[in-house]
Write a protein that binds this ligand. Sequence first.
Ligand code: APR
Length: 344
Amino acid sequence: MPLIIVRNDITHMQVDAIVNAANPSLLGGGGVDGAIHRAAGPGLLAECRTLGGCRVGEAKLTGGYNLPSRYVIHTVGPVWQGGSRGEAQALAACYRNALQLAIARGFETVAFPLISAGVYGYPRAEAFQVATGTIQAFLQQQELHVYLVLFDRDSFVIGAQRYRDIAAYIDDCYAGAHSDPRAQQRRRAALLECAPAESAPLCAPSAASFPAAAAEPPAAAYPGLRAALRRLDESFTQMLLRKIDESGMTDAQCYKRANISRKLFSKIRSDPHYRPSKPTALAFAIALQLPLEETRSLLAKAGFALSHASVADIIVEYFISHGNYDILQINEALFAFDQSLLGC
Ligand code: APR
């Protein structure tokens, strides 16, 4: 998953470089700047003194000192002045120049805070959109694992109306799966009918309970098995590659849109019987913009189903049923509801 949204303290991130939302002097301050300097120790300030400051949108590199990250990329975001003074372009330049510096230095992992969204007053939702849009556009051309580190709950950026809509949708679906007393009584009665005798231990059958392995090859022992195996359905990989071809996308366009790394996609493509994780299978369904039934079919190939017993599944179903296949918006919503994100 090349872009990962996490809730953390950026000074704890063990990555090649964390990005500091600094001020033009580079001599420290409050917010994330202060936290990074405190955690890095005096060596960071001493090196910053040699850099001669930093202009808005630029990026400069220092060592990480006592931080778990090896380096710090310092950048200076724009102060919010209402949005008509080029703030969005300046903010995008912060992310782009920091990413270019990371690639130039051969880094593989970088962590960003939400630049300008604190003291500099940039509205969080807009700051988040600029951050994710700029990073995602960069990752269309480059291979890098990028973390966007949200420090506290209130830095959550999903729109309030969408949050309410999704919460209502979850209540409708999730409640329906769990609160019908008659259904619950039927379920409980069915369970009681087939419950094992009191004394029977509830455990997996022991090896002794299986017939001794047949001497002949299994197919000879089970006539028709070989023929049945020849009629195996299309596998996950086969269906995925077929749907990519039908979509007209290249493989790279598809896995990048799915926020899946090239490495994982190569593993899937080279193994016709590869079994992906559920978030990975769902990420491809979203990237391919599959309608709900085809999403269910692709998931089934990987051995999964969309379930109304899963909040994450209901959220994905909400977006698909609303025709919204923007994986970043889906991940924002999953993050807002404390669910794991789509992608590998
Ligand atoms: N880890 C991750 N994110 C953090 C942390 C942390 N330890 N501390 C704060 N943040 C978040 C804030 O919640 C905010 O969303 O970083 C984002 C940026 O906030 P600021 O640190 O205030 O940075 P910015 O808005 O860019 O203002 C920069 O503030 O600290 C001074 O010297 C700095 O003058 C500069 C100005």
